[in-house]
Write a protein that binds this ligand. Structure first.
Ligand SMILES: *Cc1c(COP(=O)(O)O)cnc(C)c1O
Length: 402
């Protein structure tokens, strides 16, 4: 029978694995990296300044500071926000581990607020209930590219004097109430990992409008060193620099920045392609009762790093079976994310299952489908075909053969 699932020995929907995400690199990108390689500076040179300026202008922020990766950028933001031993920082469990690990790096304690059951973004009422005198900051994550509820998060932050560090690794090019993500939080982080909207291989950035944060970030990424004569604490020889606090070597290279500037020119077209595939997915899945498509709140303009479906209703198998069946059809599905507080490292430090029941339930039911600008209409059609094929089997009455 033509419809036998590949996992049971049938023909897969496609012959090669379609990944859930991947970079789009063209000849222009390659030429800009080669030009940077042939220039005078391959690190700490003019390509870094140009990339930072390009990013700051794109999002509408006063400053941008590039880092070796997004995790380093988050670490720097926590340092600039003054997070130190014993400070608490509230974040979401439905994220990549880096959103919480950056707090641990500074000696602080991540506290996990539960998520909204529709958007899967951090739930503002859950944040407020977790605030203590030691709470210093909030790290909301714009999950899948949809900005969190910043009107409410900002009101809470103002009331309790908390710093907002927006983890916008998923949300470059997104908007919130008419403003570009990167322009309104105290600090905003973007990542340039290959699956993200634009890539530098590895890379990250913090955007901010605050000059004090900017200066700390700049020094943090280079060992806590300054060469600015106006900032030296002890006036000594003109050739000396001063290390004023313990920073790191978190610099990006000019090769990466050159790639980033070239990629940035294509960001809007990349986001437009993601949106077109999202529209096609939404239309294809609209009538499928057991699949919940992503909910978008009014005022948010997602840039769709991910397309996450949620399984509902009685199925003949669990998410695990559906996931494995889709993989067998050569659809590179993924799951974003196992809640951070349920990771072994966190469990061993006293975080327990049950702390964030909504996130834990959502996690059991979600699957990320392939979505990236370089995929073709045929690729997207394969995804839809595979989802329909697999769901037809798992939706059939228990006992019936698919
Ligand atoms: C990718 C990602 C990061 C970390 O970025 P890297 O550049 O890989 O270090 C942080 N948070 C979220 C939500 C991410 O998706």
């Amino acid at each position: 029978m033509g419809d036998t699932l590949a996992i049971f020995g049938g023909d897969p929907v496609r012959d090669t694995l379609l990944p859930y995400g991947r970079q789009s690199i063209d000849d222009q990108d390659i030429e800009s990296v080669v030009a940077a390689l042939q220039s005078d500076y391959i690190t700490t040179g003019p390509e870094i300044d140009a990339f930072e300026k390009g990013l700051a202008d794109y999002v509408g922020a006063s400053y941008a500071v590039a880092f070796s990766n997004g995790t380093a950028a988050l670490h720097a933001a926590c340092f600039a926000a003054g997070i130190t031993n014993g400070d608490e920082v509230i974040t979401t469990p439905l994220t990549f581990v880096a959103s919480a690990n950056c707090v641990l790096y500074t000696g602080g304690k991540p506290v996990f607020a539960d998520v909204n059951p529709k958007t899967y973004n951090i739930e503002p009422s859950s944040i407020e209930s977790l605030i203590t005198p030691r709470t210093k900051a909030i790290i909301p994550v714009d999950f899948t590219g949809q900005p969190a509820d910043y009107d409410q998060i900002k009101a809470i932050a103002d009331k309790y004097r908390l710093v907002i560090i927006e983890d916008a690794a998923h949300a470059l090019g997104a908007g919130y109430k008419g403003k570009k993500v990167g322009s309104y939080s105290d600090m905003t982080m973007f990542s340039f990992h290959p699956v993200k909207h634009i890539t530098t291989g590895e890379g990250g950035v913090i955007t901010t409008n605050n000059r004090k944060y900017y200066e700390k970030l700049m020094m943090f990424r280079t060992h806590g060193i300054t060469r600015d004569p106006a900032k030296l604490l002890e006036k000594r020889h003109p050739w000396e620099y001063e290390m004023q606090f313990l920073g790191f070597n978190y610099r990006m290279t000019d090769l990466q920045a050159a790639l980033g500037s070239s990629q940035l020119k294509k960001l809007d077209s990349f986001v437009a392609k993601r949106k077109a595939y999202v529209k096609a997915y939404n239309q294809s899945f609209r009538k499928m009762e057991n699949i919940l498509t992503p909910t978008q709140l009014p005022g948010t303009d997602s840039s769709y790093h991910l397309y996450v479906i949620r399984l509902s209703g009685p199925l003949k198998g669990l998410r695990k079976e559906v996931f494995e069946a889709l993989r067998a059809e050569n659809i590179g599905v993924n799951v974003h994310y196992m809640p951070v507080h349920t990771q072994p490292y966190y469990k061993n430090r006293g975080y327990t299952k049950g702390m964030c029941p909504v996130a834990e339930k959502v996690y059991e039911q979600i699957i990320s489908l392939p979505l990236f600008p370089g995929m073709t209409d045929e690729d997207a059609a394969d995804v839809v075909k595979a989802v329909k094929k697999v769901m037809a089997y798992y939706e059939a009455d228990a006992g019936g053969e698919g």
